[in-house]
Design a protein. Structure first.
Length: 215
């Protein structure tokens, strides 16, 4: 399996490139993938949002067992279960995808321990967590509890054999996105340019992080 060439070309930022590369790695070498919360947003029928910009991932799901897990059956997931007590056997899963979920769970430390428990030895997980990001609960579905620094991620994932952490956006673009200027693509692009020119793209004052961890 491989990414569509056009999609690879679209991955212009370091974080988009990181996401695309890790998705390709996971889907090309897994038999069972659990998407906790449906964060890939590639299913119109089994999650609460669909993102057409990620439709390039859909063909990669055709030859593997890809399942969405959610704590309620509202959006018709494949598996209904609590991330604090995953209804999966030890060492049973090739890969876990958990995007923009850990900020909404009551105990992210237990959640990460559960993810590690169900992964096979050598199994991989791809996470996304916010750091400097606005409040985004969804009433009746989930609350918004946590934000994660680089140091917090290293602590949460300390029991994994390898951990790669990729910041998403630099300090200036992050500030722009948190301000009313964040409604305009021009200002967002300018913020990203200023990050690169000033070295703020290497700041730890970022919007969030992608994390790729191996058990």
């Amino acid at each position: 399996m491989s990414l569509n060439v056009n999609q690879t070309a679209m991955a212009t930022t370091p974080w988009d490139q990181f996401f695309a590369a890790k998705i390709r790695a996971i889907f090309s070498s897994s038999k069972l993938i659990i998407d906790i919360g449906g964060g890939l947003r590639i299913s119109k029928d089994k999650s609460n949002r669909f993102d057409p910009s990620r439709a390039w991932i859909i063909p990669l799901t055709q030859q593997i067992d890809y399942k969405i897990l959610d704590p309620v059956d509202t959006y018709h997931p494949d598996i209904v279960g609590d991330i604090h007590h995953l209804p999966l056997a030890d060492d049973s899963t090739d890969a876990i995808i958990c995007l923009a979920v850990l900020e909404h769970v009551e105990n992210p430390l237990v959640a990460v321990q559960e993810i590690r428990r169900v992964l096979k030895p050598g199994g991989r997980c791809l996470l996304y967590v916010p750091f400097l990001y606005y409040y985004h609960a969804e009433p009746g579905y989930y609350r918004d509890y946590w934000r994660f620094s680089h140091d917090a991620l290293k602590l949460l994932l300390k029991d994994f054999s390898t951990v790669e952490i990729q910041p998403v956006r630099g300090a200036i673009e992050t500030l722009v996105r948190l301000s009313p200027l964040g409604r305009r693509r021009l200002w967002i692009s300018l913020g990203g340019l200023l990050d690169r020119l000033t070295g703020k793209v290497k700041s730890k004052q970022v919007s969030g992080y992608y994390v790729f961890a191996v058990k």
